[in-house]
Design a protein around this ligand. Sequence first.
Ligand SMILES: *[C@@H]1O[C@H](CO)[C@@H](O)[C@H](O)[C@H]1NC(C)=O
Ligand SMILES: *[C@@H]1O[C@H](CO)[C@@H](O)[C@H](O)[C@H]1NC(C)=O
Ligand SMILES: *[C@@H]1O[C@H](CO)[C@@H](O)[C@H](O)[C@H]1NC(C)=O
Ligand SMILES: *[C@@H]1O[C@H](CO)[C@@H](O)[C@H](O)[C@H]1NC(C)=O
Ligand SMILES: *[C@@H]1O[C@H](CO)[C@@H](O)[C@H](O)[C@H]1NC(C)=O
Ligand SMILES: *[C@@H]1O[C@H](CO)[C@@H](O)[C@H](O)[C@H]1NC(C)=O
Length: 381
Amino acid sequence: MFRLSKKMSSRMRTTILLAALVIVIYFYKDVIDHSITRRQLDVSKDVNQTDPPPTNSSYVYSWPRCERNMSSTKIRNFTQLPEIIQNVFYYRHCRHFPMLLDVPDKCGGVNGSADVFLLLIIKSSPENYDRREILRKTWAGEKLHNGVWIRRLFIVGSRNAGFDKVRLDKGLELEQREYNDILQWDFNDTFYNLTVKQILFLEWKERHCPHARFLLNGDDDVFASTNNMVDYLQSLKDNTGNKHLFAGDLIENVGPIRKPDNKYFIPVELQQSDLYPPYCGGGGFLLSSYTASVIYNMSHSITLFPIDDVYFGLCMAEAGIGPISHKGMKTGGLIMPFRGIDRYDPCYYRDVLLVHRFLSAKLYYMWNQVNDPNLDCSLEI
Ligand SMILES: *[C@@H]1O[C@H](CO)[C@@H](O)[C@H](O)[C@H]1NC(C)=O
Ligand SMILES: *[C@@H]1O[C@H](CO)[C@@H](O)[C@H](O)[C@H]1NC(C)=O
Ligand SMILES: *[C@@H]1O[C@H](CO)[C@@H](O)[C@H](O)[C@H]1NC(C)=O
Ligand SMILES: *[C@@H]1O[C@H](CO)[C@@H](O)[C@H](O)[C@H]1NC(C)=O
Ligand SMILES: *[C@@H]1O[C@H](CO)[C@@H](O)[C@H](O)[C@H]1NC(C)=O
Ligand SMILES: *[C@@H]1O[C@H](CO)[C@@H](O)[C@H](O)[C@H]1NC(C)=O
């Protein structure tokens, strides 16, 4: 390059070196952004999003970019709808996105998947590294319990284009190298895209893990006991996973919230009926492999509805099956028997299957308390 003159002051040298570094970083960032864009666009244009899922599994890595449905603007009152809802209309036909991270052999292959008794499917987001780390260390550990295997997968989307996306995706790659427990697709990981995340997973399961008997599907901010779940599932008359089961915090006789400023706002243009079918709170529910297949099959002919737990309810209703209530699945949190008692007393958590919502330090502490062999709950009423 160039030789630094002896006469140059050391301060000047530092300034020049710093400037050079800034230029290098600037161009390097550009190269990364560019390569990401290319990865997304460098795909065959002749694949229609409505095609059936390809059987060659390497194919799914390169779905074409799904374009906006511009006819949505003709929907009544479209311009008055919040931007976030407009986005739902623009993209709700999109069911395929390129896969960024995969663990095709998580269940030991198609045949091996019969050995997985409970597969934990935890909805997470790229930036929730700390939540995933805590779950791996606590209740979501992969293990053998009562002679059967529990396995774990996080399902995530991605972020906006740009430097943030690059960094978060790189971080996920590092996690994957260490734990091999992430399925990631290249779509904007937002609340209203949870349904697409779920359907992408169900499709993955059909291909790579069809015989895993039961699934826990839930959030990354819950406390749970997989031992209690396995005990419950093993106690069922038929625990092969080939019968219908969908159990959780049952929600009935509720309908869409019509207030535009609410997190769950659903305008009539999106859902006309004022009543949802019965469904289970999305914080966590248990389902059989059979029911997962039914929901996946039904999803082909049912327009994606942006609230994922309600969408599962819609699919089941269409198939003529429904969810049941399990008292141990507390997605609304734990309700204390009376005021003034310690809501973090581990004895209240010993017999639950799942409680929403629990984060980092409290979760770590509670899990260790509940699993302490010396925990004495004999004084409880
Ligand atoms: C696009 O939106 C219009 C209006 O909602 C709808 O009738 C049409 O089926 C949509 N097209 C696709 C491919 O989903
Ligand atoms: C939607 O449009 C109708 C007329 O087409 C109007 O009466 C109604 O107030 C509009 N709703 C909103 C939320 O703007
Ligand atoms: C899975 O099992 C079936 C039936 O036993 C057998 O035909 C097939 O070859 C097996 N596949 C693999 C990949 O082992
Ligand atoms: C992703 O979603 C966020 C939140 O809705 C939004 O601000 C952002 O523009 C979206 N990005 C893309 C690329 O769609
Ligand atoms: C869902 O993801 C797609 C692809 O990234 C994005 O274009 C769309 O805006 C997202 N939808 C919502 C409702 O955030
Ligand atoms: C789902 O559809 C596939 C393909 O049509 C079929 O083989 C399978 O039996 C269906 N599953 C259920 C549970 O209905």
